[in-house]
Design a protein around this ligand. Structure first.
Ligand SMILES: *Cc1c(COP(=O)(O)O)cnc(C)c1O
Length: 400
């Protein structure tokens, strides 16, 4: 239960424009995928396109998880294939690999980053090739907290071994391409806690027309004409063909309309998160606490991951001081979270693939040290000051 004066971990920023957008769609009586979703796709692609010379296809979906699943399906990833990914991510990134029948291979993060290490990625691919019982097929790069992965290095490794590349960009918006897209597909999330939200939703971007066509088909049951086109095209409105057993992954207009408003505010939200992060960083860079590095702070700042120094690191009982810090903050009414409990220690992946916690030492050390602080647009100066005060005094009182 949250009390009046509590500071939640996250609170979406919603205003009159979002409310008006929902009412506009309700009153139109067209609630499912239609003109709003199509406009959202166009506007989103325009935002991300930047100086990318190629045409970008944007496909709205009902979640980033759906988008990641569709990307792997369209790339033809299947049983007998290996997909490489970090362990320090949300379960979506790995579950979609199982949905297409492939197997995940977890790779450690960089020494100074929160994202997959390109050299360790190459080592993992080479080790898999030596074993030879499954085929390295793809890598999913996760832009943790909006920290941009080393995409040139990752795509160079992928090219060398013939792997496809998918970017889990659930944390990456607002993002604008500097040049070519360096992957086959890039998938954003509009889940309630993300940097912009439509409640639930996602967007897949690709410069590949073949991939975009397959995703477009499969997000709508494998039906060759969308419902919207059936009502607006001049041909017979009842006629459709099923080309494949697809999925029900379309984004309804009711949600797309909210996403369109939030898209316009993404820059403003980022400025607000930057200001909060700057306050945290200047106040919390003391003895036991380690703010995220400067390179991280230049990213989309979906999360503010604070680390505890000497936190018992990679051992099985690691994380106890971090847990104590979280408990103390909870008592002070401050909501926090941990991003993420590594996937390779989750019962399903640990037991299915016989994985040892210590096989990814950097991931374990990060996990045991991490706590994510509240970082949402609309936090007042008084709230920011209260978080800083509570974290500083809780950290000073830590035992052990
Ligand atoms: C939130 C999240 C997702 C899933 O997004 P949904 O839109 O909720 O499906 C995927 N990957 C990461 C890293 C996330 O944090």
């Amino acid at each position: 239960m949250t009390r009046e004066h509590d500071i939640p971990f996250h609170r979406p920023f919603m205003g009159k424009e979002e409310e008006d957008a929902v009412l506009r769609v309700l009153r139109s009586r067209w609630l499912t995928t239609g003109a709003e979703a199509a406009a959202f796709e166009t506007e989103f692609a325009d935002f991300v396109k930047g100086s990318c010379p190629a045409r970008l296809y944007a496909l709205a979906v009902n979640s980033a998880t759906s988008g990641l699943h569709l990307a792997l399906e369209a790339l033809g990833v299947g049983p007998g294939d290996l997909v490489f990914l970090p362990s320090l991510t949300f379960t979506s990134t790995a579950e979609v690999i199982r949905h297409v029948g492939a197997d995940p291979v977890f790779v450690d993060i960089g020494a100074e980053t929160f994202t997959i290490d390109p050299e360790l990625l190459e080592d993992a691919i080479r080790a898999a090739l030596r074993r030879g019982n499954a085929v390295p097929r793809a890598v999913i790069a996760v832009h943790y907290g909006g920290e941009f992965c080393d995409m040139p290095a990752i795509s160079a490794v992928a090219r060398r071994y013939g792997l496809s590349v998918v970017e889990d960009a659930a944390h990456l918006f607002p993002y604008t391409l500097g040049a070519e897209l360096q992957s086959d597909a890039l998938v954003f999330s509009f889940y309630a806690t993300k940097t912009i939200t439509s409640g639930e939703g996602g967007m897949l971007l690709s410069a590949r027309e073949d991939l975009a066509r397959r995703v477009s088909l499969m997000r709508n049951h494998g039906i060759d004409r969308s419902v919207w086109n059936r009502y607006t095209d001049t041909g017979a409105s009842w006629y459709y063909q099923v080309a494949a057993p697809g999925f029900k992954y379309n984004l309804p207009d009711l949600l797309a309309a909210v996403g369109r408003v939030q898209l316009k505010r993404a820059g403003e939200f980022l400025r607000m998160r930057r200001a909060i992060a700057a306050s945290y960083t200047s106040a919390l860079a003391v003895d036991t606490l380690v703010p995220p590095p400067a390179s991280y702070l230049k990213g989309a700042l979906h999360l503010y991951p604070l680390s505890l120094r000497d936190s018992g690191a990679a051992g099985p009982r690691g994380g106890s001081r971090r847990n104590e810090l979280i408990e103390k903050l909870k008592k002070s009414g401050i909501g926090t979270s941990v991003h993420f409990i590594p996937l390779h220690i989750m019962p399903y992946y640990r037991d299915s693939y016989d994985l040892e916690a210590g096989s990814l030492p950097r991931t374990m050390a990060r996990f045991n040290a991490l706590v994510s602080l509240p970082l949402w647009p609309g936090m007042s100066d008084a709230q920011i000051a209260r978080v800083i005060e509570a974290v500083s005094s809780a950290a000073a009182e830590l035992t052990g």
